[in-house]
Design a binder for this molecule. Structure first.
Ligand SMILES: *Cc1c(COP(=O)(O)O)cnc(C)c1O
Length: 252
């Protein structure tokens, strides 16, 4: 893989471009944390490499990034397996996009966490898939689950409405041999100001954590709304475009 700094030529142009965008995003994260009176290290930056080539993931590893978000299986699993085979640096990759049940088996082999869990059927699928992956030695730790919350009930964006969260959370806890209940995830709905959306998820999360105190993660904030998300307690921002630029058009 031709990526990362080359000792003779120095970093390639793409690596330099990624380094600059990454530094700007990290400055933005620190500024948002500081203005919210939060410690920047309490907010993870998940670099969303979906639809970008394995070479970019390798470049970001060379730049020191260790946490990535991917969204389309089986392309994601193939890309991650390739980078893991070629670059000797451990890293975590999370599934952040909508998931079909039949893809759970593949995802459970590579993902640290799934951010986009929004049905009891999907929880069952990941329970079985993670149990098999643990048994086969494809993973060492249980699969982390974040429940995706829908603020407007729009089925196109996915997510559970607040009233259904408790049933889903109890379902994850009942699968404790293979799954962990890590927290909540939000993709802010269209048509709601970012600050209002993030205030609402913060409120839902506060109630959720009274009942599930171990579910500490709030995955919220993307390129366009990470500042508002951090102001309202996000522990993980998922940033793609601001770091990697526009996603290449996929060929079928
Ligand atoms: C693609 C994607 C992101 C990254 O969005 P950007 O606007 O490119 O930062 C974050 N979260 C989810 C769920 C995504 O699918």
């Amino acid at each position: 893989m031709n990526a990362g700094p080359d000792e003779t030529a120095g970093p390639d142009a793409r690596t330099q471009e990624l380094a600059a965008a990454l530094a700007a995003t990290r400055r933005r994260l620190v500024a948002a944390a500081e203005s919210a009176g939060r410690a920047p290290e309490d907010i993870a930056l998940l670099v969303v490499t979906k639809f970008h080539p394995a070479e970019d993931l390798a470049r970001l590893l060379a730049l020191g990034e260790r946490e990535f978000g991917e969204s389309r299986e089986p392309e994601a699993g193939r890309k991650i397996a390739r980078v893991r085979g070629e670059v000797d640096v451990p890293f975590a990759a999370d599934m952040i996009g909508s998931v079909q049940r039949k893809k759970a088996g593949g995802i459970a082999r590579w993902a640290r966490r799934v951010h986009s869990v929004d049905s009891l059927a999907l929880i069952d699928a990941f329970d079985g898939a993670a149990a098999r992956a643990l048994e086969a030695g494809h993973r060492d730790e249980r699969l982390g689950v974040l429940l995706q919350v829908s603020l407007d009930g729009d089925p196109k964006r996915g997510g559970l409405v607040a009233a259904d969260l408790e049933e889903a959370a109890d379902h994850v806890l009942a699968a404790e041999d293979s799954l962990t209940l890590d927290g909540l995830m939000l993709i802010a709905p269209l048509g709601l100001a970012a600050d209002d959306a993030m205030a609402r998820i913060a409120d839902i999360r506060a109630g959720f954590m009274e009942r599930y105190p171990g579910a500490v993660e709030l995955s919220a904030g993307m390129s366009g709304d990470m500042d508002e998300a951090i102001a309202h307690g996000s522990t993980c921002v998922r940033v793609g475009t601001a770091i990697l630029g526009p996603r290449p058009i996929l060929s079928p």
